[in-house]
Design a protein around this ligand. Sequence first.
Ligand code: GLU
Length: 502
Amino acid sequence: MDNKIRVRFAPSPTGPLHIGGLRTALFNYLFAKKNNGDFLVRIEDTDQTRYVPGSEKHILDSLAWCGISPDEGPENEGKHGPYRQSERGLVYEKHISMLISNGGAYYAFDTKEELEKERKLCEKEGKTFIYNASNRLRFKNSLSLSSKKTKELIENQNYVVRFKTPEKREITCYDVLKGKVVVDSLVMDDKVLFKADRTPTYHFANVVDDNKMEISHVIRGEEWLPSLALHWLLYDAFGWKKPKFIHLPLILKPTGKGKLSKRDGDKFGFPVFPIMWKNQGKIIEGYKEKGFLAEATVNFLALLGWNPGTDKEIFKLRELEVEFSLKKLNNSGARFDPDKNVWFNQQHIQLLSESVLAKFLEGELTKENVLYDKKKLPSIVRLIRPRIRLLSEIFSLSFYFFEPPKTYNEKALKKLTDQKTDLFLTKIVALFSDLKVFNSKNIQNTLENSAKDSSLVFGKVLGLIRLAIIGELSGADLFQTIELIGKKNSVKRIKDLASFLK
Ligand code: GLU
C-alpha cells in the first residue's frame, strides 16, 4: 500500500514524557486517524548512556491514559518490528555497510584526543571546529588513507563511520509549515552515523527506521529542524523517497517568552507530566493525579498550535480525530496558559454523567472515612458540578453535605448576627420542623416569609442560614442543599449555631 499515511512518535526514553512530547504524539495520532492511516510508536533507545529506567513505561502509560493507542509499537508489534531501536542492530549494520559501499559514508579513525586538539586550536582563533569537505583530507579516515592502511586500521583500531556531506552546495529542503529551508553544506559537519561501539547515532537510526517503517510524514518538534538538512541528505544518499516533514512550533512559557520548560510547572503551579513520575523515591504528580481528565488534557493540548478554523473549543478525542488537519496548524509558538488549561477541565467535567461523578465522589468519601447515603450522591454532584474545576476538588466542594460545620466564618458571623438572631433561628427551627414536605420550594417559601415577618433583609437571612448549614458564605444553591441534607440534620445545624451564639 504505497500511499498509506503512516506516522510515528519516536521518543527517547531519557526521562518521563512531558506535555510537549504528548502534544507531538497527539498530532501524529490525530493525523493518522483522520486519514485512515497508521500511528506507530518507536522507542529510540540507542544511546544507552542517557537511558532512564521506567521512562518507556511512563511514555506508553501516558499515551494509554490519553486514549492515544498505537497501531504498531513495542507492545503491539506489527510487520515492521522490532519497535525498539536497541533491538534493531542488524538493520543498522546492514544499512551502514550499504552507505559505505556507495560512497555516502566513510570510516574515520581520529581519536578523541586528536579531535579535541583540533577543536581547541579552532577555538583559539574564534572559529567553530567542523569536520567536512573543507578539511577531511587532513584527518585520519578512509578518504585520506590508502585502502591498505584503512583495512589495517579497521582491524586494529576503534573507528566511527561519518556521513560524507557533499562539497560546497546549497541544500534545499522542504517543511510543510515552514516552506523552503536552505542550508549551505559548508556549515554542516560530517556527522558520526555509527559509533565506535557499533551502535548508530540518532540521525542514522531515525532515518533508516523511518524508511524501513514506511513513514509517510515526519511530525516532530521544532527543535529537530536543524537536523532536517542532514536527514534530507541521508535520504538522497540512500536514493530513498523522502517523507513529508512537519516541524511543530514550540510551546511557549505562560509569559509568552521562551520555550516552556519542565521547571515552569513548579514556577506557575501546573503539572508537566501526563501521569505520575516516580524516580528515586521522589513522586511528581501528573495531570491525572492533580484531577485533570484525560479528555480535557488532550483537548487543551490539541489547541496548542492547532485550531479548527471555527469558534468551537470543546472537543472529545473522537471529534478531534475527525476535525484535525495539518492545514490548520499554526506556524508560530503557542503560549501555554495554565488558567485556560483548568478551564478546559472544568468544561469537560460538566460533560461527565452524574453517575460517573457520583462514583468518583463515593471513592473519595470512602478514602476520607465519611458516612454517606449512596442514593443522594447523584443529586449532590449535580448541584456542585458547575464548581468543579479539578476532580481532586470534589470532596472539598461537597463535604458539607455529609458533615456539619466545624467552625463558622468569623467575619460573616460578625456581620450577620445581633441580639435578635437567636430568636430568629429558633423560629426557623420551629417552621422547618413543621414542614410536611421538606423540599427546596417549601424551604425557600418558609425563609422568605419569615424574613418578611421579622422585617429582615432576605439576603441577610440567606447568609445566616448558609452559615448555619455550611459554616461559610460559599457553596451550592442553598435551598437544594438544605433539602438534600434533610430536615433532621438541617434543624440540628441551625440549633447548633443558635447555641454557639449563646
Ligand atoms: N528520538 C527523538 C526525540 O526524542 C525523535 C525525534 C524525531 O521525531 O525525529 O525527540
